[in-house]
Structures are given as structure tokens and as C-alpha cells.
Design a protein around this ligand. Structure first.
Ligand SMILES: Cc1cc2nc3c(=O)[nH]c(=O)nc-3n(C[C@H](O)[C@H](O)[C@H](O)COP(=O)(O)OP(=O)(O)OC[C@H]3O[C@@H](n4cnc5c(N)ncnc54)[C@H](O)[C@@H]3O)c2cc1C
Length: 476
């Protein structure tokens, strides 16, 4: 691989406008790190592109020589896909332009943007793009996998709000995908992850919103079961304006937490109301009645505050391991498993995240995008978060153990962006009846599987470019 890497470096050197970073160079050390500290890799070359031409040159040079290549936007892949040993990383961090057209309620953003840069630019026009909940997450990886966040119930998934993509495919061509041009690719890019090329620009719809009501509260151990029972039934009837996430965890040792709850198992509720605050009050009060009165807060916050409030909970460089799945209904047996395992949670930063989707995301027909299951509203994500490599077995086995217990009651399916790197056997499960169409699109646009550091959809016949047949267009 080193020989191929040297050749790619030589072919780019001189014409590449961005930075070509190699091991031993000062800037390389910082550039090689990704968010999940479990993945400390040594790429042979980091090609930090300055423009689309750089991306084309890097893709062409690497694909012609069969060099293993990772693509990095924000570097937040939980599975560690945005780096590699020995190969090349296409680093998009210089490409963070955002252009907003307030009258058309539309934005275009480049393939290296973080969520925060998009939020800041769109809020200047009092508009929002629905995305994720941590501002240092990369937009490309998030949107291509689907994209869930505080606004999913109101405005749909991030990928539901994309009108067009521009991308560089494995032969270095620039391709545009929207409802009219390359509609199969447009379908596949909305949920199919980084399988099809390097997206250089997203054109997206925006919505008016500048503030929300944010209500938070903690429920002590004895109240968690009744809270979860209320939540699962309440959310089934809740208005689109309400998002209610619950994290099961050990309460932080913070002055903001009532002393009696610190370090104890709790359910931490965060509710976001996007409509008129007065209309939201009865819904929020019903939920907050289940929380410890001393822990409850409720206030109107700016959208930018909402989008950055969790940033420090997920710092770069710690060790993270995850497993995720869907429930059609959160049954009592699964609640029993959650309660029993919560008592053994191995780190104060580890969380069992429970989200209820539904709403606008569930109104899009299943075949309209490649994104996985929209029918099962409950999403559970087990996210272990710790510091020492020596503790890997403890944390990983805790996640796997709880997941095995929950799995029988889950609905098959998984959101690709919440999968870890050891779950390649679940990628077909993520796409289910959409799998064959995904394979057909992949076989057409990336027949040699050049873009394979992702939740990978292998092409049908390695190396043979396939025509996309009419059958593949019916959403199956
Ligand atoms: C702290 C944190 C918070 C998160 N919160 C949310 C959330 O609220 N909602 C949610 O839905 N998800 C969330 N996620 C998951 C997130 O969607 C994924 O981790 C996603 O991959 C991050 O995108 P990235 O660009 O930072 O990833 P990267 O690590 O840069 O890349 C991940 C994958 O995307 C591909 N990719 C990246 N850029 C491009 C591009 N321009 N073109 C083609 N392929 C590309 C890469 O090849 C790779 O396979 C969160 C993750 C973290 C770590």
C-alpha cells in the first residue's frame, strides 16, 4: 500500500492546491485524529482539499492505483470510517462555505461543513436546516446517513430536506443528483451514506424558526418505569411540535443536579417544543410532572443555544462504542432489562438514549429514500463513553450484553449513523427491502467499491459498471 500511496502523492504534488500531509510532518499529527479515540490510525497521506478540482484529482489518483481511501467531513463517524492505516484520507475540512437564499428558503453548503457553520449561517436569515444535536458533528456524514435531531418530528430527517447533491464519483467525474437528474442516485444518497462518491455540495430546504421552549428534568430511579410507560404512550399522540428524548444514565456530580440524585441512576428528560409556547405548556407540564421538582427547568432558548448545549458532553478523543436499534413498541420486558442494566452502568458518561421519531419523518413513504425504517418510532442507542483503553472490554461488553437482551423485542432495522464498526452484518438489515436497489445504484456509480470505508453496500459484480434498470426505480 505504501508504494501506491507514494505514487498518489507524487502524482498530486505540484498541482494540488490544498495540503498534502504525510507522517512525520508537524501538521499531520493533528490532522490524523478523529472524534472517536478508539481509532488512532496512521494514513499514508492526508489530502486536505482546497476545492472540487483537488477532490477530483485525489479520487482519480487513488482509484487508478486501488489505494484504500477514507473520506472525512467532521470525523465523527462512530465506527471510525473517516481514517485508515496506510491509505489516503480525503479531508474536506477546508470546504465549509454556506450560502443562504432567504427568499427561496434554501441553502447550499459545501461537503466539509460542520453543523454549527450551517446553523450560524441559516439563523442569520432566521431560518433552520433540520440536522443533529451536537454542533461539532460533520454535516456530510450525518445528512448522507439520514440525520435526526430536535426538528425531525416537525420538518423530517435532514436527508428529507435535501433538494440536490453534487458529487465526485469514483472515476473523478462530477455528477449532480436531484429529482430530475440521476434520480436513482438522488434516492440512494438520502440515507445511503458515503457509498457513492464524495459529496461536494448539498442544496437544502430551510424553515423559519429562531427559538424553541426547552424543558428539562431528572427522574430518580423509583420513577423511571412509570416515566417510560407514560412516555411511550404519550408520544404516540403528541403534536409534531414536541420532541421528548430520555437518557438513562448516572446523574452528573454537578451543582445543577439535586444532591440526592447525584451519581444515582436517573432518567434525564429533554423536551423541545417548536410551536407557540403557550400551546406547548400543557404538554410540557404533563411530562415534567414525572420529574423531580428540584431538577426541572423550562425556558425559551435561541435555536443556536439549543444546537450547542450538548457539545461539551461528547468531547473529541474519548473512547466511544455504540449499538442501536428500533422498537415498534417499548414493551414492559424491555423496560425490565433497561432498569436492571442501568444499575450496572460502567461510566458516568455512558448513556442509554431513547428517542421517539414519528412525526414528519414518518409521513414520507418508505420507498421514497434509501433511509431505513421510518415506521418504528422508538430508537434506542446504547452509547458507552470512557477514557482508558484498558477499560475497553468492560464498556464494550456492557453495551453488547444489554443489546443482546433487548434484541428479541426489537424491530429489525438500524440507523446506519448509529452503528459501530463491527456491524457489517447489519448493513442489509439497515436497508431491508431497499437493499437490491442500493446494490444496483452502487454497482453503477462505484463498480469497484472504491468508496468502501462506510457501512458498505458492495457492488454486485466487482469491477463491472452496471446499468440501472427500470425495476430499480420503484422503491424496492
Ligand atoms: C457527538 C456526536 C453527535 C451526533 N449526533 C447525531 C444526531 O444528533 N443525529 C444524527 O443523525 N446523527 C448523529 N451522530 C452520528 C453522525 O450522524 C455520524 O457520526 C456521521 O457519520 C457524522 O458525520 P461526519 O461528517 O462527522 O463523519 P465523518 O467521520 O467525517 O464521515 C463519516 C462517513 O461519512 C462519509 N462522508 C463524510 N463526508 C462525506 C462527503 N462529503 N461525501 C461522501 N461521504 C462522506 C465518510 O466516507 C464516512 O463513511 C452524532 C455523532 C457524534 C459523534
Amino acid at each position: 500500500m505504501m508504494a501506491a500511496c507514494d505514487e498518489v502523492y507524487s502524482s498530486l504534488h505540484g498541482k494540488f492546491k490544498g495540503d498534502l500531509l504525510r507522517p512525520g510532518q508537524h501538521a499531520y499529527e493533528e490532522a490524523r485524529g478523529i472524534w472517536n479515540g478508539m481509532f488512532v490510525r496512521t494514513p499514508g497521506l492526508i489530502a486536505r482539499c482546497a476545492d472540487v478540482k483537488d477532490i477530483q484529482s485525489a479520487v482519480r489518483a487513488a482509484s487508478q492505483r486501488g489505494l484504500l481511501t477514507a473520506v472525512r467531513c467532521g470525523g465523527h463517524s462512530l465506527a471510525g470510517f473517516s481514517t485508515c492505516d496506510g491509505g489516503m484520507v480525503i479531508d474536506l475540512s477546508k470546504l465549509r462555505q454556506v450560502t443562504v437564499d432567504p427568499d427561496a428558503r434554501r441553502a447550499r453548503f459545501a461537503g466539509g461543513c460542520l453543523l454549527g457553520s450551517i446553523d450560524t449561517a441559516t439563523q442569520n436569515a432566521r431560518l433552520v436546516f433540520p440536522s443533529g444535536v451536537v454542533s461539532h458533528t460533520g454535516a456530510s456524514g450525518l445528512v448522507l446517513g439520514g440525520g435526526t435531531g430536535w426538528l425531525t418530528r416537525r420538518f423530517g430527517l435532514s436527508c428529507d430536506n435535501v433538494e440536490a447533491f453534487s458529487l465526485v464519483t469514483s472515476d473523478g467525474s462530477i455528477v449532480r443528483a436531484n429529482a430530475e437528474e440521476n434520480p436513482d442516485l438522488f434516492w440512494a444518497l438520502r440515507g445511503g451514506g458515503g457509498n457513492f462518491g464524495v459529496v461536494t455540495e448539498f442544496q437544502v430546504k430551510l424553515h423559519p424558526l429562531t427559538s424553541v421552549v426547552l424543558a428539562e428534568g431528572l427522574t430518580g430511579e423509583a420513577g423511571i418505569r412509570p416515566l417510560l410507560e407514560l412516555w411511550r404512550d404519550f408520544m404516540a399522540e403528541a403534536p409534531l411540535d414536541l420532541k421528548w428524548n430520555i437518557n438513562l444514565r448516572l446523574a452528573p456530580q454537578s451543582h445543577k443536579v439535586p444532591a440526592k440524585l447525584r451519581g444515582r441512576p436517573v432518567a434525564s428528560s429533554s423536551l423541545v417544543w417548536t410551536g407557540n409556547p403557550d400551546a406547548g405548556r400543557p404538554h410540557l407540564e404533563r411530562a415534567l410532572a414525572m420529574c423531580d421538582a428540584d431538577s426541572v427547568t423550562s425556558e425559551v432558548v435561541s435555536f443556536l443555544n439549543l444546537q450547542t448545549m450538548a457539545d461539551s458532553d461528547f468531547p473529541h478523543g474519548r473512547r466511544y462504542y455504540t449499538k442501536s436499534g428500533y422498537f415498534q413498541y417499548l414493551d414492559n420486558g424491555s423496560i425490565d432489562h433497561l432498569m436492571a442494566t442501568l444499575a450496572t452502568i460502567p461510566s458516568p458518561e455512558t448513556m442509554i438514549e431513547l428517542a421517539y421519531l414519528g412525526g414528519a419523518a414518518s409521513h414520507i413513504p418508505a420507498g421514497e429514500t434509501a433511509f431505513g425504517d421510518r415506521s418504528a418510532p422508538f430508537v434506542i442507542t446504547l452509547l458507552a463513553n470512557w477514557a482508558e483503553a484498558s477499560a475497553d472490554p468492560l464498556h464494550i461488553s456492557w453495551v453488547r450484553g444489554l443489546f443482546e437482551q433487548l434484541r428479541p423485542a426489537m424491530k429489525p432495522g438500524v440507523y446506519v449513523n448509529f452503528m459501530s464498526g463491527d456491524e457489517q452484518d447489519r448493513v442489509t438489515e439497515a436497508y431491508q427491502e431497499r437493499w437490491e436497489r442500493m446494490v444496483a445504484v452502487k454497482s453503477h456509480y462505484d463498480p469497484e467499491n472504491f468508496f468502501r470505508l462506510n457501512q458498505n453496500v458492495p457492488p454486485r459484480k466487482n469491477g463491472a459498471k452496471e446499468r440501472i434498470g427500470k425495476l430499480s426505480r420503484n422503491g424496492k
